[in-house]
Design a protein around this ligand. Structure first.
Ligand code: PHE
Length: 341
């Protein structure tokens, strides 16, 4: 019996088969268990002679099964590990990860550049009342600039007519009011603006950044230096040349449109040099009436302001040519310009 049982332990080809052998030998109805039961009916002499042999048989079979089991489990693990080798040279399909949109990226850059110059970031509502958007900025109701702005008006009854702000300039008024008429103001205000206009270079929603400095003894020299320093930092070039052209905005006097020089490289316009001029922003000395509307005494306080299209800045910096692509959310476009992985 011992030889038979040990042979069937060796012959078991699987853990299940081995367990069947265990039940056959050591289970309740098992062969070895049966032998053990016969001990009860034996005389003491018989039991003393036969007992140790049966017990040793049980021990031998138990040990053999445990050993066989350990071997089979190790073999199974070896086989699994062998099958699981990784081929590090296989190409992987990386998931698409998000990125910072070029417009947000430029807003972050602007905040950083102007923070170095001592400017804080200010905000205002996109749904603005017409006093902040127009009247306080010296654009009275009859002013043609109201029509020029292609304004979106909100339907319904309001104390003051409400508009989607057509520029970030209303934040000038809000920032001055917040400063209380006694402290200098130095802010930029980046954000969304709206005009009813749509073609390759205009979208109904677009982005501007406003700049405002209110202090004593401010001149156009401060304006020009600030813009030059900002544009050099933004385009990361020292050969930035500015040209201030006399212009008109109701809220600045005098007003200047600012052109930045570009050069042609491989048939493309690149900011820097002065082979040609590109208009990039509007600016001027804050109008007395605007300073007064902001709660400051215009005989004591002066300031400069500028307003600049952020989408335009991003297009120039990253060499993009269709404004509308900014708002399509097309991953291929974002990936192409390195704004998504
Ligand atoms: N708000 C003007 C615009 O949208 C830009 C501007 C801002 C001009 C500040 C002068 C001063 O065109």
């Amino acid at each position: 019996l011992r030889t038979d049982l040990l042979a069937s332990v060796d012959a078991a080809g699987s853990l299940d088969a081995l367990d069947a052998v265990r039940v056959h030998a050591l289970g309740k109805q098992g062969a070895v268990t049966g032998l053990l039961k016969t001990l009860g009916g034996m005389s003491p002499e018989e039991r003393q002679a036969t007992g140790p042999r049966i017990h040793s048989l049980r021990e031998a079979v138990t040990d053999a099964i445990a050993t066989r089991k350990a071997v089979m489990e190790r073999d199974a693990l070896d086989a699994r590990l062998a099958g699981e080798t990784l081929d590090m040279t296989l190409p992987v399909d990386l998931p698409t990860t998000g990125g910072v949109h070029p417009v947000s990226q430029v807003m972050d850059e602007l905040a950083e550049i102007f923070a170095d110059l001592g400017f804080a970031v200010a905000t205002g509502p996109e749904i603005e009342d017409d006093w902040h958007n127009f009247s306080a900025l010296n654009i009275p109701e009859t002013h043609p600039a109201r029509a020029m702005h292609d304004t979106f008006y909100l339907a319904g009854e309001h104390e003051r007519p409400m508009v989607l702000r057509t520029h970030t300039s209303p934040v000038q008024i809000r920032a001055m009011k917040a400063a209380g008429g006694t402290k200098p103001v130095r802010i930029i205000a980046p954000g969304r603006t709206y005009r009813s206009d749509s073609d390759a270079t205009h979208t109904p929603m677009f982005h501007q950044v406003e700049g405002l400095v209110i202090d004593k003894g401010i001149t156009m020299g401060h304006l020009k230096w600030t813009l030059e320093t900002f544009l050099k930092a933004f385009f990361e070039r020292d050969d930035i040349v500015l040209r201030l052209r006399p212009s008109y905005f109701p809220f600045t006097e005098p007003s200047a449109e600012v052109d930045v020089g570009f050069s042609i490289q491989n048939g493309k316009r690149v900011i820097g040099g002065a082979e040609g001029w590109m208009e990039v922003l509007g600016s001027g000395m804050v109008h007395r009436k605007v300073i007064a509307a902001g709660g400051y005494d215009p005989d004591e306080w002066q300031g400069f302001a500028f307003g600049c299209g952020i989408d335009r800045l991003a297009m120039l910096k990253y060499g993009m040519d269709d404004l509308r692509a900014f708002f399509d959310g097309d991953l291929r476009w974002l990936k192409h310009y390195g704004f998504s992985a």
